[in-house]
Design a protein around this ligand. Structure first.
Ligand code: WTA
Length: 647
């Protein structure tokens, strides 16, 4: 960890929305006069009925629940579009940059987004969608992805976006879990010059999903697809037949807005549910504060809409703030490692927001891919998704930002809706690798393994002591799991699953997950999910998966596999198993290493000792590193694992 210090640049200190003292005072007020503070902040949104209530949440079992602004009524799509029409109907809302630098970018004004979204909403209605229905969205990074989300929000349907890189199996599981009746997809996606057969994947998934009766298909590449009569509809054909107006459905602040599946340490991915009022307020407020957003800025979050970052910081936060948001279809290093910076120059981007894994990959290619571009428009550099190592931070700051742009390292989670701990450019002195200080209303604590709250400089488990507006409300279909997962380890507090250190200045340094979740290229994955996929294969008796440090991805996937008695541990089988996991989950879950293990280290009660597996995967195989193995049922398995270590 670094002790470097980057004070707020003087130009920022002079002109920022909040300066050092301003941030401090705002934070204090958010805690000490919480009700008044949040009712005032709520005015940033347009309400059909303005709320009189704010936080009515409890983290205790007796009266457990998360609730904000519960008597307010509003519509998210009206907040992201309609209310801007009078003032900035002709301003660009969305800039779309295609995969290939030779293809034409597209631009949509707020007025055009309004028409697109209204037509889309009417198509969904005609296809039978109603308020409260679940709609699964499986789309590439095209403008229609933003329109789809806003169209769902407009009619009060609950969207569940599934990342376009997930396999048909993974897609089917997510459709079934929330009983979607409708799927929105495209003919194909296009990334790094390659076509992704999205519609064909949907066709395969739907063989297992009887609840779905309509599929709306966006024509994105024009690639050939099979349309199933009476089930499949082309968006462009249907949109031409319907009205360009659709009144937004008035929603209660606590009506669901979306479900987004995310990985935990146990079991299947959970459907994280976010609701209307608190979520939108949180996304919009944090977008403004972290990025000091000013009208006219061109803002680019280079995430995928399949993750929460895409929801909150490509679509909902920026559009609620009347921003110009850039959507990029492709990947950072195609066709060359200069691509991101060329896009910055092409559209004169002020703020770019990306993940450390992308920065590390680009850093490895050499500075000249960056320095040959101008980047003069840049004012702010954001990062999210995993801890940023100080080396990558400095490179981002010095090479990309020419020491001129503050780095906004935002710590948060799918569950938290939007940023929780992050700098504000005019208010926060920076330390490379630290996400710095809590956002308004966020009360982080560091607790030891017994739950004792540690004061001052300390390291331990990161928990949040009270609710904030953007907190998830439940796990779809399993409220008990919501409570059990997040509120029982340290009763009365929200458990983040992350470890953190707080330094003497009160700055937070996230040290990574303390549970069985790994973070591969900023994609969150439960080791249990990869294990379940592996044991589905007929050759596999048992599997244990851990993360290990990886230069580019942050963490790689290391799988220990015990084969059934008659199976041969060949390289061929290793390849088959890697391909198997890709088919079961998707390429993001590709194991980096598979080690065949005749036995796994287990306690006498049969529990796998992952601590030992992690050490071996990290290459830490000394007796000292491995620690006490005497409690194992068979300590000799460790020798075999060490002797056959891969990588
Ligand atoms: C990690 C992504 C360190 C963390 C928004 C968290 C981070 C998990 C940071 C959530 C950061 C995210 N510094 N770690 N700035 N941002 N993480 O749900 O472990 O995909 O718990 O949300 O990513 O991942 P998720």
């Amino acid at each position: 960890m670094s002790d470097d210090f980057f004070p707020v640049p003087s130009e920022w200190a002079a002109s920022a929305l909040l300066d050092r003292d301003g941030r401090k005072a705002d934070y204090q007020r958010s805690i000490q006069e919480s009700d008044a503070y949040w009712l005032e902040r709520a005015k940033r949104l347009d309400w059909h009925v303005f709320p009189t209530k704010t936080n009515e949440s409890s983290f205790n079992e007796a009266d457990f629940g998360v609730k904000w602004f519960a008597d307010g009524m509003l519509n998210v799509s009206a907040n992201c579009i309609d209310r801007h029409l009078a003032e900035r109907g002709d301003q660009t809302a969305i800039i779309w940059e295609p995969d290939s630098p030779d293809a034409e970018p597209r631009r949509y004004t707020y007025a055009q987004v309004h028409e697109q979204v209204c037509r889309f909403a009417n198509v969904l209605k005609n296809a039978g969608a109603r308020k409260g229905d679940r709609i699964t969205v499986y789309l590439p990074m095209i403008p229609e992805a933003a329109f789809a989300l806003l169209a769902c929000a407009r009619i009060g349907a609950i969207h569940s976006v599934v990342f376009g890189g997930f396999s048909p199996e993974a897609l089917a599981g997510r459709i079934i879990d929330c009983d979607s009746t409708l799927v929105i997809t495209a003919d194909e996606g296009c990334r790094a010059g390659r076509q992704v057969p999205l519609k064909a994947n949907v066709d395969a998934a739907l063989k297992e999903c009887p609840s779905v009766d309509k599929v709306v298909v966006v024509q994105a590449t024009g690639g050939a697809v099979t349309m199933q009569e009476s089930r499949d509809l082309w968006l462009h054909e249907e949109a031409a037949k319907v009205s360009a107006d659709c009144a937004p459905e008035p929603m209660n602040a606590e009506d669901p807005l979306f479900i987004l599946y995310t990985s935990g340490s146990t079991g299947k991915p959970k459907g994280v549910l976010h609701t209307t009022g608190g979520y939108l307020l949180w996304a919009s407020l944090t977008h403004e504060l972290c990025f000091d957003y000013r009208p006219g800025d061109i803002y680019w979050c280079a995430a995928d809409i399949g993750w929460v970052t895409g929801h909150s910081y490509i679509v909902y936060g920026p559009l609620a703030n009347g921003a110009t948001t850039l959507m990029y279809e492709g990947v950072p290093n195609y066709p060359t490692p200069s691509r991101i910076w060329e896009v910055v120059d092409r559209h004169q981007v002020q703020t770019i927001f990306t993940a450390p894994t992308a920065l590390r990959a680009l850093m490895k290619e050499g500075d000249e891919f960056v320095t040959k571009t101008s980047r003069k428009s840049l004012r702010l550099l954001g990062t999210v998704g995993e801890p940023i190592n100080p080396e990558a931070w400095r490179w981002y700051h010095h090479v990309v930002g020419e020491d001129r742009c503050p780095i906004i390292d935002t710590w948060w989670q799918t569950e938290t809706g939007a940023a929780m701990i992050a700098p504000m450019p005019g208010a926060t002195d920076l330390k490379p690798g630290s996400a710095t200080l809590p956002m308004p209303g966020v009360v982080p604590q560091i607790v030891d393994s017994e739950g004792k709250v540690l004061d001052g400089a300390a390291e331990g488990n990161l928990v949040i002591a009270q609710s904030w507006p953007g907190q998830m409300r439940t796990v779809w279909g399993d409220h008990e799991r919501f409570f059990q997962t997040y509120f029982t380890t340290f009763p009365g507090k929200y458990t983040t699953g992350d470890g953190a250190r707080r330094d003497a200045d009160g700055y937070y340094w996230i040290t990574g997950r303390v549970d069985d979740v790994i973070n591969v290229s900023g994609h969150r994955m439960g080791t249990a999910e990869v294990e379940s996929a592996l044991v589905l294969h007929e050759a596999v008796a048992e599997a244990a998966v851990v993360g290990f440090p990886h230069d580019i991805k942050g963490q790689g996937i290391y799988a220990y596999v015990t084969l059934n008695a008659h199976e041969e541990p060949t390289d061929e089988l290793r390849k088959t198993l890697v391909a198997w996991v890709r088919t079961e989950i998707g390429p993001i879950a590709t194991p980096d290493v598979i080690q065949f293990a005749p036995g796994l280290p287990k306690t006498r009660s049969g529990k796998i000792m992952r601590r030992i597996l992690r050490k071996i995967a990290e290459g830490e195989v000394s007796a000292q590193a491995l620690g006490d193995t005497s409690t194992l049922a068979d300590p000799s398995v460790v020798d075999n694992l060490v002797a056959n270590r891969q990588g």
